[in-house]
Design a protein around this ligand. Structure first.
Ligand SMILES: NC(=O)c1ccc[n+]([C@@H]2O[C@H](COP(=O)([O-])OP(=O)(O)OC[C@H]3O[C@@H](n4cnc5c(N)ncnc54)[C@H](OP(=O)(O)O)[C@@H]3O)[C@@H](O)[C@H]2O)c1
Length: 277
């Protein structure tokens, strides 16, 4: 089910397109995506907000409109062909304000032994984290290249850099996101179009609850807040960075992973993820 909407009070939305650039953010109803939408609005963008939770999107839309942004709400389930198709249609629509920035943020991961997780859940993870991201990127990119401006911010993960025993499927989807983003970046060099991968580490959001992980101990040096991660991601995207790893702890982790033999990386990852079960 996919709907474009007006604010909750029924008054017509100003909508995007009053001369400001437009950013479309998937998974904008909470967590990192909600904060990325706030960052984009602060940076002078109008917004197209995408997720399934209409109430939460309407609430954010009202807040951003009060702050002066034009906002369109697009309710879509990105685990369905219809939902992905509707958002892809919005990205290529000629009758609506052009989308200058695509933020592929919606995603989730399940925790547990691969052999015990539900096959449908695993497939759904691939649909959302890979298929939707790929199809939206493919929909948005030709127009951006034609206009020689705009960009894509793909939310990957620290998990992109290593196999994740206990989150094997999720880590593999995020390896895809990082690899795809880096490869496309090379293809579009010199075109005026930017593409960046944001690779957060542990971030306090609704992600943990949905993944069914223990939420005690969500503090400590490894953990960041969604506003911190989004601010680093948006700033890196604006600078034209290829890969943004937010936070000093995560930066050290990535450098260490690159220098460590793979079998040892797998063992340390397994221990770290086991603490979440
Ligand atoms: N939190 C972390 O520790 C962490 C670490 C590394 C990377 N990440 C990545 O960061 C991104 C955002 O995650 P988060 O931590 O902010 O999680 P979150 O708080 O659970 O937010 C996930 C967002 O994705 C949307 N979403 C989920 N399923 C969807 C579907 N089928 N169709 C459309 N939208 C859907 C949710 O909205 P609805 O439920 O309203 O649809 C929500 O807005 C994800 O790609 C995640 O893999 C998170």
């Amino acid at each position: 089910m996919t709907t474009a909407s007006h604010p909750p009070d029924g008054s017509p939305t100003a909508g995007p397109g009053a001369g400001r650039p437009v950013a479309l953010v998937t998974g904008a109803s909470g967590g990192i995506g909600e904060e990325l939408a706030r960052q984009a609005a602060l940076d002078g963008h109008d917004l197209v907000l995408v997720a399934r939770s209409r109430d939460r999107l309407d609430h954010l839309a009202a807040e951003l409109e009060r702050a002066g942004a034009g906002v369109e709400v697009l309710t879509a389930d990105l685990q369905t062909d219809a939902g992905i198709g509707a958002v892809a249609d919005r990205l290529t629509a000629t009758g609506s304000p052009v989308v200058d920035v695509l933020v592929n943020n919606a995603g989730y991961g399940s925790v547990g032994a691969f052999a015990e997780l539900s096959p449908d859940g695993l497939a759904g993870e691939i649909t959302l984290n890979i298929m939707a991201l790929m199809r939206l990127t493919r929909a948005a990119l030709p127009g951006m290249l034609h206009r020689r401006r705009g960009g894509i911010l793909n939310v990957a993960s620290l998990a992109s850099f290593l196999p994740g025993p206990g989150m094997a499927n999720y880590s593999a989807t995020k390896a895809y996101v990082l690899s795809l983003t880096e490869a496309i970046r090379e293809e579009v060099t010199g075109s005026g179009v930017r593409i960046t991968a944001l690779c957060p580490g542990y971030t306090r959001t609704g992600f943990q609850e949905r993944a069914g992980v223990r939420t005690q101990g969500l503090s400590g040096p490894a953990w960041q807040s969604a506003p911190e991660v989004a601010a680093a991601g948006w700033a890196g995207f604006r600078r034209g960075d290829d890969v943004v790893v937010p936070g000093i702890y995560n930066k050290i982790s990535v450098s260490t992973i690159r220098l460590t033999p793979r079998p040892l990386v797998r063992k340390v990852a397994a221990t770290s993820i086991r603490r979440l079960h």
